[in-house]
Write a protein that binds this ligand. Structure first.
Ligand SMILES: Nc1nc2c(ncn2[C@@H]2O[C@H](COP(=O)(O)OP(=O)(O)OP(=O)(O)O)[C@@H](O)[C@H]2O)c(=O)[nH]1
Length: 197
């Protein structure tokens, strides 16, 4: 797929209640966690937009950082995705959270490649160990109205969105991608495990 038709979205809002401090800014191997998401996306998208309320992220070089749309501020990942879809018009959006430091550009590329010949799908997401990972994947611009409708109804669930979309589910096992690449950091315990790797 032409990279001009894909916008990168990195979700870095939310309250990090389980972690206790903003996860995006925590360092691992000398870099903030969000840096790993930026690096994975950049080769394959026109632009990366970070959606966050954290002022510190404005220091990142060459990065557009915007806040959730006022109406849905802090309402979860759907609010962040909708905000970017309304501001930047491309056919596709590749979404990543800020707390998956083992994610790689190879995985982003593999997910993009799955769409070849299957462009009628609206969403491409991986499933790992039998669990769908809706925060890592491709969303078509057509999904915008569905997200808006959900948020208007105060429904914040990504899984509920997927139920309404034509979704291509990609088994990471079938693609021989290591499941550890999808580890996300929610708690201090997760972070301790990460430091031990
Ligand atoms: N823009 C935006 N991103 C969000 C929002 N809520 C969560 N995120 C991001 O979505 C991803 C997954 O977030 P979670 O770990 O489920 O939620 P969290 O609020 O960060 O953490 P908890 O409070 O511990 O649930 C992370 O990258 C968050 O930064 C939000 O309201 N707006």
């Amino acid at each position: 797929m032409n990279k001009e038709s894909v916008t990168g979205i990195i979700l870095a809002g939310g309250r990090s209640r389980r972690f206790g401090e903003p996860k995006a800014l925590v360092t691992w191997r000398g870099e903030s966690l969000i840096t790993y998401s930026i690096r994975a996306l950049q080769p394959f998208v026109k632009d990366v937009t970070i959606v966050s309320h954290l002022p510190e992220l404005h220091q990142l070089k060459d990065m557009r950082v915007i806040e959730d749309k006022e109406l849905y501020k802090g309402q979860g990942p759907l609010a962040g995705i909708l905000t970017v879809m309304e501001k930047i018009n491309t056919c596709w959006y590749f979404v990543l959270p800020c707390d998956v430091p083992l994610i790689s550009s190879r995985i982003v590329l593999m997910l993009l490649q799955q769409l070849q010949g299957k462009e009628t799908h609206e969403v491409v997401v991986p499933y790992v160990n039998g669990r769908v990972q809706p925060l890592i994947g491709l969303y078509h611009h057509r999904v915008k109205e569905k997200i808006e409708c959900q948020l208007k109804g105060n429904k914040k669930s990504m899984m509920e969105l997927l139920e309404q979309c034509k979704v291509l589910y990609v088994s990471v096992q079938a693609l021989s991608i290591e499941e550890t690449s999808f580890i996300n950091i929610n708690t201090k315990k997760d972070y301790t495990h990460l430091l031990e790797l």
